[in-house]
Design a protein around this ligand. Structure first.
Ligand SMILES: [Zn+2]
Length: 976
């Protein structure tokens, strides 16, 4: 298709789309009221209004819409609402970055189509939220999602805050919120815990504890009084390797501190950042002096497990910002240590620069401390893996991979070597706790250790986060075993799609621990019982049960209720069926009439629970799991209000690449709609689906859908006039089979959220079938029109606008196809024999084509030989006897017995090919069928100059050798 025709095609689609979006508004198609139908309540996570909605979001939301439309056709009263998330750091962070003239932030805004002069306005969080809210709404309407637009809210509006206030008061009353001392991931700049959604980097990271190993310095240090102990304090996750330490590493240019720790008499040397972290973890620290790492190079310290004296040496890989900034070296087992040692041994001039004795370094030998039989060739895997992978030096990124390999193998398979004292012969995987407690007892390691983030975490304020120990912090007690157990019960009653997601949910539920639920910066609702101290409910905590708010917000707005009226008792009455206080008392107290209160309670009870939530699979580890926990907590006495189904999908890629701004393949929904229009992009997104794997959006396929949809429209806009009005013919029955199949298969696909299968089967598969029917029958009968009506109904949830337009052309009296019913499959009886014959015909055509490809002579006649009649007898017999008795039973039949060995050979072939027909056939039926296809076949092969087709059997004058090759439903072919 040329570019101009493609433009025309999109214009055509867009004009249809606009027409129907307007119509849906007019007839209030998506504004459901309570009625006698069963309810269906589907939701998509409300998006953050700090940027445009991109086609990755659209992929997920589109699935919700498709399911909602399917359920409408199934006779459900469907609610699909939408809202906007604005709490937490994201929007404030954007505003701050714009104010600071942050280049990346400004470029991101420019890239989303905002003009340079307009960017200035984005220093105001409120403006940001309202701007993107409007943009997201426009895009959601233009793609044709069937959303009830009476119900949106934004999480920073006063009405919503009253809802969150009630939610948190209830959780606290039930004992799910605790105050305590915990380690949290914390942003020093924001002075606040940093939840998953407040992070630019490191979502899912959690605090991990490093052991602190103390290497005593024996020489005098000026600032340390004589007689006091002083240590280099190294952090490690593998304290068992201490037996193999050959030296200690400092980063020569790093900032280090000499500190006095707690009330002890000990002096420690750690990095400046390390000292800061210890202080944030409630250690009392006095800084004595600060210096560069190079100042301590060359001094000696004692390895605490064996008292050997080891030197302090320089290494660039040591990050003073990470843990304590001091590392002890185990070159036999740690690739980085081996590489740093090798770098020094090969470049001794570095040593000269720092005045370190060369011989000390040259003499260092690797020490083995862990034996891993069969995993490594040598006893020094640190060296071996470096050499195997060809890692060049400590700055080579492959060093990380090498570390990972050694760590995993040694952890899972390693045994402590003979030189490891009491631990010799024990499994590495089993000794960690014992070893640490032993080491702590004799002051080899510090008793508290140092907490570090499991991976780098960057706050949305662009600052690096640390682990902070917070006292008097409010926590959601997700570690509570009773709560976990109840949530497990709720989970086991649910449908989870795809099933691969189930184990991720189980893992998360088992692993979840106390989680900080409040922070001190950003937007949100004040923690109701501790508002004066500045606590605000954290963003992943105020977005867990908000779906319930959708059920009543439209009435609250319609009646003009104020935040002051939405007291906790109001929500208790509406959501928890509470009758304390009595409704009349409550009504008087808050100034909402009893009729209104009852109506709101009815709304909630009619719509709740959420019947389907679809989200990204990455959110199983936080958001989706919190969603379950909190529903169980709030509605602990009402299991019928717990969520019913969850769908979790992967991250959408574009043309097999990750979508990213830097790759230039970032597509906002608005841009996508401009290029492809609504129905084509809906189909493109539906077709991207890959279950639990990451889906892939193909731009080429989506562009093709544009043409495809226009051709569907042109083809079906008027129904064919059916000319054949007699009894159903073979092909009419065949088409009935297809219609029945497509209805059943498509229903299952929609139910299991398999939208890609819907497009493949209900769209492409069905179209092929319709085309085949028309190829086979020149005159269509009524079933053909029924079939295309069914086709349009089945695919309508994917391409609603085109479906409406075509439907209207047939049924001008109906307002919308979505008021129709899902077609009934039971109405059609299945004609299995028809399928069997039709499949044999398709195979025959292929066989003839193959032969015509080989035989190049002038051919004008095709002779088709049907099989000898005894073969039919044997095929029919196979339908009624077990496989292993087939030959024995055949021999009881005199006419088969006469054929002797031929029968057993053919029976074996049948059994090998496992071809049981399931219906009885005979030679005459097949002949009749083939005779009836002659005209069709002649037409199929008219380009090959075929003039005649003869259907022959043993009774005719035939080539007996050829005849032997004919099997029932697979005639022998003779070209002449
Ligand atoms: Zn921050």
């Amino acid at each position: 298709m040329s570019q101009t025709t493609q433009v025309k095609a999109i214009d055509k689609l867009k004009s249809i789309e606009e027409k129907w979006q307007k119509r849906w508004d007019e007839i209030k198609l998506y504004e459901p009221e309570i009625n006698e139908k069963p309810s269906e309540f589907v939701t998509f996570p409300y998006p953050y209004v700090n940027g445009p909605i991109h086609i990755g979001h659209a992929f997920t939301c589109n699935k919700v819409d498709i399911y909602a439309r399917f359920k409408r056709l199934m006779g459900y009263n469907v609610l699909f609402p939408f809202a906007f998330h604005a709490t937490g750091e994201p929007i404030v962070g954007t505003a701050k970055r714009v104010k600071k003239n942050d280049k990346d932030q400004i470029n991101a805004l420019l890239a989303s189509g905002i003009s340079r002069s307009f960017v200035k306005k984005f220093i105001d969080p409120e403006f940001i939220a309202s701007y993107w809210r409007e943009e997201v709404t426009k895009a959601a309407k233009n793609i044709g999602w069937g959303i009830d637009w009476r119900r949106p809210f934004i999480t920073i509006e006063p009405l919503y805050k009253e809802f969150v206030t009630w939610q948190y008061l209830t959780l606290k009353k039930r004992g799910y919120i605790q105050k305590g001392t915990h380690n949290v991931i914390f942003c020093p700049a924001c002075q606040s815990p940093t939840g998953d959604h407040d992070r630019l980097e490191g979502e899912g990271a959690s605090p991990v504890q490093f052991a602190l190993v103390k290497f005593e310095i024996t020489e005098d240090i000026d600032q340390v009084p004589k007689g006091k102990k002083k240590y280099l304090v190294a952090a490690t996750l593998r304290p068992e390797t201490i037996y193999g330490a050959t030296n200690v590493w400092f980063n020569p240019e790093g900032d280090y501190s000499l500190i006095k720790i707690d009330d002890s008499d000990e002096y420690w040397i750690v990095s400046k950042t390390g000292a800061f972290k210890l202080r944030e973890q409630l250690r009392s620290i006095t800084t004595i002096s600060e210096f560069k790492g190079k100042e301590y190079l060359g001094i000696y310290a004692k390895n605490p497990v064996n008292n050997t004296s080891i030197p302090v040496l320089p290494a660039d890989f040591v990050d003073p910002e990470h843990s304590s900034g001091v590392v002890y070296s185990v070159p036999g087992h740690a690739p980085f240590d081996y590489l740093a040692l090798k770098d020094l041994q090969e470049n001794p001039d570095v040593l000269e620069k720092y005045g370190i004795d060369k011989k000390t370094v040259m003499d260092i030998e690797l020490i083995n401390v862990v034996t891993t039989s069969g995993e490594f060739k040598t006893q020094f895997p640190g060296k071996e893996v470096v050499e195997d992978l060809g890692v060049k030096n400590q700055n080579d990124p492959k060093a990380i991979k090498a570390t990972d390999i050694v760590y995993k193998k040694e952890f899972h398979r390693g045994i402590m070597s003979d030189n490891t004292g009491n631990f010799a012969g024990k499994k590495v995987s089993e000794i960690k706790d014992e070893l640490i407690s032993e080491f702590q007892k004799i002051n080899i390691t510090d008793s508290l250790g140092l907490w570090e983030t499991s991976e780098t975490v960057i706050c949305r304020s662009n600052d690096k986060c640390i682990v902070k120990t917070l006292q008097d912090q409010w926590f959601l007690d997700y570690g509570n075993p009773v709560w976990k157990e109840k949530t497990k019960i709720a989970f086991e009653k649910m449908n989870i799609y795809p099933k691969e997601a189930i184990s991720a949910f189980n893992y998360t539920r088992n692993w979840l621990k106390a989680k900080a639920c409040a922070r001190k910066s950003g937007l949100g609702t004040k923690l109701p019982w501790d508002a004066e101290s500045g606590w605000i409910v954290e963003t992943l905590s105020d977005s867990t049960i908000y779906m319930s708010f959708y059920t009543i917000i439209h009435k609250i707005r319609e009646w003009g209720l104020t935040p002051e009226q939405l007291k906790p008792e109001f929500f208790d009455y509406v959501f928890l069926n509470s009758n304390k206080p009595a409704v009349t008392t409550l009504s008087k107290k808050i100034g909402v009439t009893t009729k209104q209160l009852k109506e709101l309670r009815d709304e909630f009870n009619y719509w709740y629970p959420v019947t389907l939530r679809i989200s990204g699979k990455d959110l199983i580890y936080n958001h989706l799991s919190f969603f379950l926990f909190q529903h169980v907590a709030i509605w602990e006495k009402f299991p019928d209000k717990w969520p019913r189904q969850i769908g979790a999908g992967g991250m959408l890629g574009i043309d097999n690449q990750k979508m990213s701004k830097s790759r230039g393949n970032f597509i906002t929904l608005k841009e996508g709609l401009e290029i492809y229009g609504a129905d084509a992009i809906r189909m493109g997104l539906a077709y991207s689906d890959e279950g639990f794997d990451d889906p892939n959006f193909s731009r080429k396929a989506t562009a093709n859908f544009v043409d495809k949809l226009v051709s569907i429209y042109e083809q079906f806009i008027t129904l064919s006039e059916f000319k054949y009005k007699g009894k159903p013919r073979h092909m009419d029955k065949w088409l009935e089979n297809r219609v029945k199949d497509h209805i059943n298969i498509t229903k299952t696909n929609y139910e299991q959220l398999k939208t890609r299968n819907v497009v493949s089967d209900a769209f492409f598969g069905f179209l092929l079938d319709l085309r085949w029917y028309k190829r086979r029958e020149s005159q269509v009968s009524e079933i053909y029109n029924e079939a295309i009506e069914t086709f349009v109904l089945l695919i309508a949830p994917i391409i609603p606008h085109i479906a409406e337009e075509v439907w209207e052309s047939w049924h001008s009296d109906q307002e919308s196809i979505f008021r129709e019913h899902w077609p009934a499959a039971d109405k059609y009886t299945y004609h299995i024999d028809v399928d069997i014959f039709e499949n044999s015909l398709k195979r025959l055509i292929q066989d003839i084509k193959n032969l015509l490809g080989i035989v190049k002579d002038n051919i004008d006649t095709i002779d088709l030989y049907v099989a000898e009649s005894w073969k039919y007898d044997l095929v029919n017999l196979a339908n009624s006897v077990p496989n292993k008795e087939l030959i024995k039973e055949a021999m009881k039949n005199p006419s088969l017995k006469k054929k002797g060995k031929l029968v057993s050979t053919y029976a074996k072939k049948m059994l090998r090919q496992q071809e049981k027909l399931g219906i009885d056939i005979n030679l005459n039926l097949e002949k009749e069928f083939l005779d009836s296809t002659k005209i069709f076949l002649l037409n199929e092969f008219k380009d090959s100059n075929i003039k005649r087709i003869n259907v022959l059997s043993a009774e005719d004058e035939v080539d007996t050798e050829k005849l032997k090759r004919a099997d029932p439903l697979r005639p022998a072919i003779l070209l002449k």
